[in-house]
Design a protein around this ligand. Sequence first.
Ligand code: NAD
Length: 362
Amino acid sequence: MTSTYHIVLLPGDGIGPEVVAGTRRVLEELAPAFELAFRFETHLMGGCAIDASGRPLPEETLAACKQADAVLLGAVGGPKWSDPNAPVRPEQGLLALRKELGLYANLRPVRIFPQLRNASSLKPEVLEGVDLLVVRELTGGIYFGPREEGPDRSYDTMLYTRPEIERVVRVAARAARRRRKHLTSVDKANVLGVSRLWRRVTTEVMANEFPDVTLEHQLVDAMAMHLIRRPADFDVIVSGNLFGDILTDEAAMLAGSMGMLPSASLGEGTRGLYEPIHGSAPDIAGQGIANPLATILSAAMMLRHSFAQEAAAQAIEDAVARALAAGYRTPDLAAVAAADQTVEVVGTEAMVSVVCDFLHTD
Ligand code: NAD
């Protein structure tokens, strides 16, 4: 029986519309083989929404997202809307959307495709086998705690409650269960009381609900080193908002290229927001050369996390891996090909077509 999913597309600004259109094509190509049907609805968010309505997240966009099974976002922002004194900014739309949808867990997988190993500044042998997932708490911690700012005295407060920790740890542990069943929780428990609560609650949740998943604790300063020295040793990493913010960027750099990394933001229930981690790349917008793979891989995450369609998610990831193995590169990746590799430089649409073709090969 065909499973039907309602997806809201928010192409946004810059290269967003190009990479989202390509990803829609991949989903449509994939659907029949897995007995899936997608109902797409496109809405404005970001700079384009400010131009049309004066608001970065119009009411009708938010209402549509609340009705959807999942949301796929391109990117928002660009020089046209970057005046710091402007009354509204595109990024406000994204923050408001995450908050309105209650998306408290941000998932960023980092997988190194063998063909792109020399895109990273780390030695290729260190990157051998890297396949990790960082889960960052997104709506609590020091970014949202009580604060005060004055000319001579300011403070921000890292505040977490038991339920806030429990729910994000559960998201991470469920992901670990689908992967290599290893969870690393990152904190600063040798100094911070809030981290000692984090550690205690994490240990309890894991012992009571996920005895099949191995748990280890790391201090954030040590973790910053381990990620660079032995990244292949990690499976799922869970952390609070501030530490997670820093570690996700560090982990992203393992992969070297912005155009390859997907992300998901999840809350209660299965609805999620999926987006590439890169921005709207105004420098290349409209040229047909944007790398669509991060958005295509975000759609794979959507299939996995919102629709529980693991085989379909895997099919997309395999098709991307095959496209790279066959030597196809968008210009941002062309420069990082191995010396012994012949590559064919292609634009956005051609890369999408190649991925669609590889969906049908075993
Ligand atoms: P960016 O990620 O847009 O671009 C950085 C560099 O990477 C550029 O040279 C760009 O050409 C390249 N790049 C990024 N994605 C690419 C892709 N898919 N294919 C090929 N090359 C790619 O970051 P930026 O230049 O700092 O920001 C540009 C705008 O995007 C700003 O307005 C910023 O606020 C916004 N932004 C939005 C998001 C989001 O929507 N989630 C995230 C980051 C930045």
